[in-house]
Design a protein around this ligand. Structure first.
Ligand code: NAD
Ligand code: DAU
Length: 335
């Protein structure tokens, strides 16, 4: 199959492209704007055609979509903290970008899969969200993702475009940009930098290994029913503080590196997805959190050439703005 994968140079997109090429022999065209989170290095060694462009640019999209059988859209601004600091790019990419892609898929008459998130449902104290739970997003990130989901569904209802939506829970694994909890804590622990825990650290996330999510997306693309949304939740949930403690154990860091910092505004307390619907299509997670976290820590430890340019580049300024301290300053070495 020939696929257009938008946002394929990011974390989940690059894992998906690698899986499709290596395990399914697909031909893949990657369209990616290469924001701070998109990197050609993420696709090193993976055969693909690369188009440097934005999903909100109709001309770039029209060129990239030629001859493909399906579009899978990962392209997004994905960090909740950045959506609080500067929401404009989130609105542009999620609203205008999704619209441009849907129009192009409609003109080409091809299947369209939107990669979405559990965050569109908001927070849940107990139990798990199903696909019929109301959308109640909390942040500019999740609100614009929810808007994109609604636009996707409208193209099914109004134009008969064969659309699918895959809503994943928190992903982790190789190639994740170190602004997100797990890679940030792993790299900080390795370097003896402080480990900034928001609020009381008791927020709960439903962890999903990236290869499992990538496989679910391929599975839904092949077997999903047009017009439907599918939740893809991880097998395990864990409070942030426990995640950080497990990382400290795996890296040999010091517990005294933990630093409680101001909470994220509007912070969702708990996410949880029921995956029965995608399970009925034949998908199940293969990697539990214990194994996945060990593999992730080992990957970051073994791939310094991947993260060194990030930690020595613009990321330093981001980090200082976000955490009010320079990276590499104020660590508690060896204590
Ligand atoms: P990421 O930030 O690592 O990658 C996003 C990619 O999209 C980057 O390559 C970036 O350059 C590209 N991009 C951004 N704006 C673009 C634009 N306007 N045009 C073209 N390319 C653009 O993100 P990720 O964590 O891999 O997430 C991928 C998708 O999965 C997103 O839609 C996200 O909402 C969703 N998702 C993420 C998670 C998670 O835990 N990371 C969980 C569920 C769903
Ligand atoms: O749930 C799926 C979502 O998971 C995706 O849609 C988003 O794109 C992705 O960024 C992620 O969102 P979260 O906000 O859950 O992930 P993040 O890694 O930013 O934070 C995870 C938890 O850890 C959250 O409760 C906030 C907390 N946290 C995060 C950072 C970066 C900290 O305590 N300290 C930190 O420094």
């Amino acid at each position: 199959m020939r696929l257009l994968v938008c946002g394929g140079a990011g974390f989940i997109g690059s894992n998906f492209v690698r899986q499709r090429v290596d395990e399914h022999g697909d031909e893949v065209v990657v369209l990616d704007k290469l924001t701070y989170a998109g990197r050609r290095e993420n696709l090193a060694g993976v055969a693909h055609t690369f188009v440097h462009g934005a999903i909100e640019d109709p001309d770039q999209v029209a060129g990239a979509i030629e001859g493909v059988q399906a579009v899978v859209n990962f392209a997004a601004e994905t960090h909740v903290d950045r959506s609080i600091a500067a929401p404009d790019a989130f609105v542009r990419t999620h609203a205008q970008g999704t619209y441009v892609l849907l129009e192009a898929a409609r003109a080409a008459g091809v299947r369209y899969l939107q990669v979405s998130t559990d965050e569109v449902y908001g927070s849940i104290a107990e139990g798990s969200f199903t696909e019929t739970s109301p959308l109640a997003p909390s942040s500019p990130y999740s609100a614009t993702k929810a808007g994109a989901d609604l636009l996707v569904s409208s193209y099914f209802h109004t134009f008969d475009l064969p659309t699918l939506i895959c809503r994943g829970s928190n992903n982790y694994g190789p190639y994740q940009y170190p602004e997100k909890l797990i890679p940030l804590m792993v790299l900080n622990a390795i370097h003896g930098d402080r480990l900034p825990v928001y609020g009381d650290g008791m927020q709960v996330r439903n962890w999903l290994f990236v290869e499992d999510f990538a496989r679910a997306i391929g599975h839904v693309l092949a077997h999903g029913r047009p017009g439907e949304a599918y939740n893809v939740g991880g097998p395990d949930e864990c409070a942030n503080l426990d995640v950080v403690r497990r990382i400290i154990e795996l890296t040999g860091g010091a517990e005294s590196l933990i630093e409680y910092v101001a909470d994220r505004p509007g912070h969702d307390r708990r996410y949880s997805l029921g995956s029965e619907k995608v399970g009925a299509l034949g998908w199940a997670a293969r990697v539990g959190f214990g194994e996945g976290l060990e593999r992730t820590v080992a990957w970051y430890r073994d791939n310094a050439p991947w993260w060194e340019p990030i930690r020595s580049g613009d990321y330093r300024a981001y980090y200082e703005r976000q955490y009010g301290r320079a990276l590499g300053a104020g660590g508690v070495s060896g204590s």
